[in-house]
Write a protein of this length. Structure first.
Length: 271
């Protein structure tokens, strides 16, 4: 596992965006062989998305042959609801780049048969040959997508009840009104994420420090579902300094030392 530690949110967001662009370029996608990505929502990836938009507008990258699968969606929110993850992704990324609409896949929280929707989502991923790079954020309790503490590390896309801490954390998107926050969501499983050929986890701020420490230094544990990435052959944590506050000093120094020549995002964008 690699751990990239940047001094602040802006720099880690630039690094993450550069890595995405680098990965797409190396893959050299075509219409018949697209680059397939998994994408998150929430506040953490917004900086990465803003940098991807800038790089696209600067002619550094095209998303014409990129296919995306989002991690999750609330149950009961229509696609045009301002707090749906459909709306989030189009507002913060898709409407600003050249990705074809039919290449975007987001779970339908209004589906008549939610479990069938989840099964079809897994099948769609497989039809595209699996996911090359799955980008994810984490919650303060270490949840990955909506795989709350206690979720099976072999789980697949499914309907999930959200715990109270997640509902409270997400209330900020609903004017602080807990009664308006959905209590269930559709989410990819931990196993779905782990099937990707690369996984990149983004974490910023001291509020994520315990989750980062659990994910990097502690054992694999279903109470901290992000810890599953320890078992992945190509996993990267991208953090700012504040997110590493609970890591041992030696751990931070070790990863900063071995990655010191890899911290300049511009190096990945050459060519």
């Amino acid at each position: 596992m690699r751990v990239i530690i940047e001094p602040d949110y802006a720099t880690m967001s630039r690094w993450a965006a550069a890595y995405v662009v680098h990965s797409i370029r190396q893959f050299n996608p075509t219409k018949d062989r697209p680059f397939v990505m998994g994408l998150p929502t929430g506040s953490t990836p917004i900086g990465m998305y803003q940098n991807l938009i800038k790089l696209h507008k600067a002619g550094k990258i095209s998303f014409a042959h990129v296919v995306t699968f989002n991690m999750d969606e609330y149950v009961g929110l229509t696609k045009d609801h301002p707090q749906s993850y459909h709306a989030f992704m189009w507002d913060n990324l898709f409407s600003h780049i050249d990705i074809p609409k039919h290449n975007v896949h987001i779970l339908n929280g209004m589906a008549k048969d939610l479990w069938a929707e989840c099964d079809q989502y897994e099948q769609s991923i497989q039809r595209f040959g699996g996911i090359e790079l799955f980008v994810g954020g984490i919650g303060p309790d270490g949840h990955l997508a909506f795989n709350e503490p206690g979720s099976s590390l072999a789980s697949r896309t499914r309907v999930k009840t959200l715990n109270e801490s997640t509902v409270i954390a997400n209330a900020r998107f609903f004017d602080g009104d807990l009664s308006r926050v959905p209590r269930t969501a559709l989410t990819v499983g931990v196993g779905t994420v782990m099937d990707a050929r690369q996984v990149m986890i983004l974490a910023n701020g001291s509020g994520k420090a315990r989750a980062v420490a659990a994910g990097i230094e502690e054992g694999v544990n279903h109470m901290w579902t992000v810890s599953c990435v320890q078992m992945h052959p190509h996993a990267i944590f991208v953090c700012d300094d504040d997110a590493t506050l609970e890591l041992k000093v030696g751990t931070v120094q070790y990863f900063k030392s071995i990655e010191k020549d890899n911290l300049d995002p511009d190096k990945m964008l050459i060519g």
